[in-house]
Design a protein around this ligand. Structure first.
Ligand code: SF4
Length: 456
């Protein structure tokens, strides 16, 4: 990477008393969230960091927390297992590091922004302008409000929910941004194209409008009919707003002349600090320049091709997901038992069983969500199969969230047996042209529940 935005100024926090997270907000350095394994704090980065800085964060995780770090589905780093005092100490120690911390409005772009030869436009100038303008509205916007600036390239953010999304599009060599409100790139409301030099003004006006609507207003609440500024949008040509299939390849790939990237992921979005620190050490020795947490619980490292290849070999040994088709990448699992006291079954153990013994079921079409309780920390959205721990047993939800009606409630601690039954069911019933998800959808909830009851 050639440029790293300046480290954001430390807010005027006195580091005490600790501000605990308000309901409906996201954890932050100065506002940790209570979880079943203590307080959890988020270290949101605006730019890539060097391997040495990741090492330092791992040290701090062991010193102040329980030595477990997360990379979230949106690509944020989290440190777990803190108490009230250690969270204050951690915040102070993190702010002492030379990190490009992102404060305020969550404005997100590709971890390869500005370096990816296949991107349509570098999203950072627009993203940084939006962050600067949003500072004037601090405290007036919904805590979970997010803006995605999609410049294109190998790692896209199309699948992430965003209140305001700007998608780069070139029309006859001129850069425009497609504006979408709410949802993902596929499901949001597509409004039109804005010229590059007008995009920051337009987003500022949208943010001001949201502030006027109140601190709970989200992108979906904006009514374009009541916002004259949206008149300046150009109509959307057929070529704009195309949502390409996700490409983000695991492993090593070239991003530009002389620069490669290594894309790996943390199983279940979580890793012991010791393993992450080992990866940092190997990366520094190999000549990796930068690394950054990335969407879908991943890490992206950049450097010379050989450095990326060297680290890849170690990453596999350290337990990272490093190749496409690894069933672990299809599983979202919260810490569950024994890490979280709300957990009612061993989510990670169940996930490892599924990855090794349910390979027919996990054919790439399934999202398996293993949730220790109904809170659904690991995957707030819909999954193909969701196992939800409860005192009454483990609920199995088909094509839903943890809060949806289960098709069956399993006897506690029979989750792996149920996965074996589902794997066998798909093996027997799947037609040649079907994916596992197609097969389950065709069979339907009643047939699935019947198979589980009979144990066949
Ligand atoms: S979903 Fe998992 S991590 Fe979250 S509170 Fe429940 S058991 Fe704990």
């Amino acid at each position: 990477m050639t440029t790293v935005p300046a480290t954001s100024p430390a807010p005027s926090s006195s580091f005490a008393p600790l501000s605990l997270l308000a309901r409906g907000a996201c954890p932050a350095l100065s506002a940790p969230m209570q979880t079943g394994d203590g307080l959890l704090t988020r270290v949101a980065l605006a730019a890539p960091i060097g391997p040495g800085n990741l090492s330092s964060l791992c040290d701090l995780s062991r010193r102040h927390g329980n030595g477990i770090l997360d990379v979230t589905a949106r690509g944020n780093l989290q440190i777990r297992g803190l108490d009230h005092q250690s969270a204050v100490d951690l915040e102070r120690a993190v702010r002492d590091l030379p990190l490009p911390l992102r404060e305020g409005l969550a404005v997100e772009w590709s971890p390869l922004a500005g370096e990816d030869g296949s991107e349509i436009a570098d999203p950072r100038p627009l993203g940084e302008a939006i962050i600067a303008r949003a500072r004037l509205l601090s405290g007036q916007l919904a805590p979970k409000l997010s803006v995605v600036v999609e410049g294109g390239g190998a790692i896209r953010l199309d699948h992430l929910l965003a209140d305001i999304r700007l998608t780069a599009d070139r029309q006859h060599g001129t850069l425009f941004w497609g504006l979408t409100l709410g949802g993902t790139a596929g499901s949001g409301r597509r409004l039109g194209l804005v010229a590059d030099n007008e995009a920051a003004d337009l987003v500022e006006e949208l943010l001001q409008h949201l502030a006027r609507l109140g601190p709970k207003a989200r992108g979906r609440d904006i009514d374009p009919a009541h916002l004259a500024q949206l008149d300046r949008l150009r109509p959307v040509p057929a070529t704009a707003f195309k949502v390409p299939a996700p490409t983000a390849p695991f492993g090593v790939f070239a991003v530009s002349e002389g620069l490669s990237a290594l894309h790996i992921a943390l199983p279940f979005g979580q890793m012991e600090a010791a393993r992450l620190a080992a990866l940092s050490e190997v990366s520094a020795k190999a000549g990796i320049l930068w690394l950054k947490p990335a969407p879908d619980h991943a890490l992206v490292l950049t450097g010379p091709q050989q450095a990326c290849a060297d680290v890849l070999a170690h990453a596999e040994k350290l337990g990272f997901i490093s190749c496409g088709g690894d069933p672990l990448a299809e599983i979202s699992a919260c810490p569950g038992q024994p890490s979280c006291r709300s957990g009612r079954y061993a989510t990670h153990e169940t996930g490892r069983f599924a990855a090794s013994k349910a390979s027919v079921l996990l054919d790439g079409s399934i999202r398996l969500h293993l949730s220790g309780c109904a809170k659904g920390c690991a995957h707030p959205g819909v999954a193909t199969l969701t196992f939800v721990g409860s005192d009454a047993g483990t609920h199995l939800v088909f094509e839903g969230k943890t809060s949806d009606t289960p098709l069956k409630t399993l006897v506690p601690h029979t989750e792996t047996a149920a996965l074996a039954v589902l794997d066998r069911l798909v093996r027997l019933k799947r037609q040649p042209t079907e994916t596992s998800r197609d097969c389950l959808a065709r069979l339907g909830p009643r047939a699935i529940a019947a198979a589980l009851s009979e144990g066949r």
